[in-house]
Design a protein around this ligand. Structure first.
Ligand code: NAD
Length: 504
């Protein structure tokens, strides 16, 4: 076994549930494979529904104590988590690359994101502010305060196996919630390793049950969690299909969700843009993480005056992307996560060609072990069916445009609404794109690509992307319950709106 696995507490056979201590779980074995060579890394014995039950009970008990700890003291424990993540950054980043397939620099970046959100949450622990309002009644005071919510369910996708959990977990922790994490079955080892890092900090501080983990299928323990009325909030990251199911089930029991679902992100490049800058951003957005980011660039609309020049540069750049072992520092693009992802990409390319698209670069899978493909550039039309779908792979559709408003209409004419960008040096074009008749996405950038958001902003998207917001800004409010309090410090009992209700 690789050294870093041992240092992260990964063994040949691992338990699939932890509620402060690892349980002797009884579920089916799940083997985690390395996408770069298709070889098994380690096995996890998944959790059963009984294991889930033990975990949820412990998480609820832990909540009763954790919520009583003052928020800045919770922040102090989260500060220690940030330090522990810093210590393990190299090993954890390596594991992310090894198990998920993104290149090492991105694996390390993912752990850095977890560190950043921990730092953010520490500051937040002293800033969970409520408003005061002026009461319409004399000698009355009105204010709102924010209380911890309970046990939060976190469902995460394979492509950010550490960071997305951290966005939720660090904020939920300072808000006074405990949590149960159901990670993707593609990346169970990243979850176990992260849980081990957290366990050490939580044990040392006497709060072992604050962060719990349950590994199992979405259709078994996942379903159990989303139907569980003891989980007031489910924060779920994944495909639109999964989000529709979770949204429906949780809404049916009147619970809350934060849904972070698929994207179909586009960049507009106008006639004034710095093409070299646009090229670099497009390349990182479309090829980075092998097109497996929710914010990956999937479509570009290029003004006809610069279309041919930019396409030429893109074709050249696509041909020189180094594809290979994600742990090799020279590699720019690692593998797709599994065989099914390769097949989905092949089908999407075939469909695009059937609909009249033309492959300008790439288009094939690479021979040899592992799930490697060529990044693919396709000349397409915005009305093609396939370009309206999110294919979780490095396929980029390119379209020329003549009129900015028309391009914005095409840009917005898909079901998803996550991330968007314009490259321009024209102020009017930039402001049009950012205005209410511009991009309809949750994220809109100028002269920055669609992927690689900072944790300080609220992250999420509109339409089929689910409407949820995570990470910075005031996203924390979703993890707490708001209480409006009115205090009468007078000797009368006046009613609001002047209503009279006195006995004769
Ligand atoms: P997926 O939908 O296949 O799985 C996501 C998670 O949902 C997994 O943990 C899975 O086990 C779980 N799940 C599935 N059905 C469930 C159910 N009925 N109950 C409970 N849990 C269930 O997604 P994936 O292939 O792992 O990830 C890729 C997708 O995630 C893409 O669509 C991508 O855009 C999206 N994503 C979105 C964001 C965002 O912030 N918007 C971030 C990362 C990934």
């Amino acid at each position: 076994m690789k050294d870093f696995l041992g240092r992260l507490g990964i063994r040949e056979m691992n338990s699939g549930a932890c509620n402060g201590a690892w349980l002797d779980t009884k579920g089916e074995d799940l083997v985690s494979f390395c996408p770069a060579d298709g070889q098994p890394i380690a096995t996890v014995r998944q959790a059963t529904e009984d294991d889930y039950e033990a975990v949820v009970r412990a998480a609820h008990e832990a909540f009763l104590e954790w919520r009583m700890l003052p928020a800045p003291k919770r922040g102090e424990i989260v500060r220690q988590m940030g330090l522990a993540l810093r210590e393990k950054k190299e090993d954890l980043g390596r594991l992310v690359s090894y198990e998920m397939g993104k290149i090492l620099s991105e694996g390390l970046g993912e752990v850095q994101e977890a560190i950043d959100i921990a730092d953010f949450a520490v500051g937040l622990s002293r800033q969970l502010y409520g408003l005061t309002m002026h009461s319409e009644r004399p000698l009355h005071r009105m204010y709102e305060q924010w209380h911890p919510l309970g046990v939060v369910g976190i469902v995460s996708a394979f492509n950010f196996p550490v960071a997305v959990w951290a966005w939720n977990a660090m904020i939920a922790a300072v808000c006074g919630d405990t949590m149960i994490w159901k990670p993707s079955s593609q990346t169970p080892l990243c979850a176990i390793a992260t849980q081990n890092v957290m366990n050490e900090v939580l044990d040392r501080n006497g709060f072992p049950g604050v962060m719990a983990l349950v590994l199992g299928r979405g259709s078994t323990v996942g379903e159990r969690m989303i139907q569980d009325r003891r989980i007031p909030l489910v924060s779920a990251t994944g495909s639109c299909r999964m989000g529709r199911r979770i949204g429906e089930v949780v809404a049916n029991r009147l619970g809350r969700t934060i849904l972070e679902l698929g994207g179909n992100n586009a960049i507009l490049v106008d006639e004034t843009a710095d093409l070299d800058m646009a090229l670099r951003a497009i390349l990182f957005g479309a090829v980075g993480t092998a097109g497996q980011r929710c914010t990956s660039t999937r479509r570009i609309f290029v003004h006809r005056k610069v279309h041919a020049e930019l396409v030429k540069k893109l074709v050249a750049a696509y041909g020189s992307v180094s594809i290979g072992d994600p742990l090799d520092p020279k590699t720019l693009m690692g593998p797709l996560v599994n065989e099914a992802a390769v097949e989905t990409m092949e089908q999407a390319i075939a469909e695009a060609v059937r609909e009249g698209g033309k492959v300008l670069a790439g288009g094939k899978r690479k021979k040899g072990p592992g799930f490697f493909v060529e990044p693919t550039l396709i000349e397409a039309r915005p009305d093609m069916k396939i370009v309206r779908e999110e294919t979780f792979a490095p396929i980029l559709y390119v379209f020329p445009y003549d009129d900015l408003d028309r391009a914005i209409a095409w840009h917005n004419g898909v079901d998803q609404g996550l991330s968007s960008a314009i490259f321009t040096r024209d102020l009017l074009h930039a402001e049009t794109f950012l205005s209410h008749r511009g991009s309809d996405c949750g994220i809109a950038n100028v002269n920055i690509g669609t992927s690689g958001a900072e944790i300080g902003g609220a992250f999420g998207g509109e339409k089929d992307t689910g409407g949820g917001r995570e990470a910075g800004s005031d996203s924390w409010k979703a993890y707490m319950r708001r209480q409006t309090c009115t205090i009468n410090w007078g000797k009368e009992l006046p009613l609001a709106q002047g209503v009279k209700f006195d006995l004769e």
